[in-house]
Design a protein around this ligand. Structure first.
Ligand code: SF4
Length: 254
């Protein structure tokens, strides 16, 4: 299902060495400074793409990017199951921030016809559905990129507790960069308030982590932000971030 090319051991060794070097160089930088390094001429990162879900907290990283380079490449994975509110929020943020290079990566219609013509795969095999509609779409899109940027944060969920600023995405043979890795939810809220960033329309209805409509529900008081994802199932992540080789940078300043 995936068109990914397996990286060689030599490539992974080289990437690990770069990740260790960048982690050391960036360990005392703030998030916007890390982003500046990523977007404006780091010798090791020539063609990065920010992968954004245009979800509840996505405006922070998109806003930071817009202040550095409105032509930075931003990728939105269109699974075919997004809330209409997410699609309009994507368009609104693109316009408000003046972003000129937002690319929508869509699922392969031939693969959908073959594997999920009835659009019910998410009910019987959600991991396969995420593989079809998210993971393989990103694999295909990132073939031309040296690195990708994600909005993952350690405080979002137990599955993300070891997220670091610089990681090696071993499955794809890329660097993965998480400038907000150290940010808490209150850091995010403070940034949004400071710059008066537009909210995703569904946050007022209790949606604090927003993915595909069939697999996202509102969060109840006391639950963590991702509790509404795949509610009632053991599934916690879609697979985009699986098994990175983490390079620790716990001293990082948000
Ligand atoms: S989140 Fe749900 S609908 Fe979306 S790709 Fe995954 S299983 Fe399919």
């Amino acid at each position: 299902m995936s068109s990914i090319r397996q990286p060689s051991r030599l490539e992974l060794t080289r990437l690990t060495s770069i990740a260790e070097r960048l982690s050391g160089l960036w360990q005392h930088l703030a998030a916007h400074e890390v982003l500046s390094e990523i977007l404006t001429g780091n010798a090791f990162i020539k063609n990065p793409a920010l992968v954004s879900s245009f979800g509840a907290d996505s405006a922070v990283l998109l806003h930071m990017v817009s202040r550095l380079d409105t032509s930075a490449q931003i990728v939105f994975l269109d699974t075919g199951f997004h809330f209409s509110e997410t699609l309009s929020y994507r368009d609104r943020l693109t316009e408000v921030f003046g972003l000129t290079n937002v690319r929508t990566a869509s699922v392969d219609p031939i693969a959908v016809k073959r594997l999920d013509a009835q659009r019910r795969l998410h009910l019987s095999a959600p991991d396969s559905c995420c593989q079809l509609r998210k993971v393989s779409v990103l694999d295909r899109h990132l073939r031309m990129n040296d690195a990708w940027i994600s909005g993952q944060r350690r405080h979002q969920a137990s599955t993300r507790s070891s997220v670091s600023i610089v990681e090696v995405d071993e499955a794809r043979g890329k660097l993965k960069l998480n400038p907000l890795a150290d940010w808490s939810q209150s850091d995010v809220a403070a940034y949004k308030a400071r710059y008066e960033l537009p909210d995703h329309p569904l946050t007022t209805n209790g949606y604090f982590s927003i993915g595909c409509a069939p697999c996202t529900s509102a969060v109840r008081a006391g639950e963590d932000a991702r509790a509404g994802r795949w509610r009632g199932q053991s599934k916690l992540e879609c697979g985009l971030h699986n098994r990175p080789n983490i390079i620790a940078s716990s001293e990082h300043v948000a």
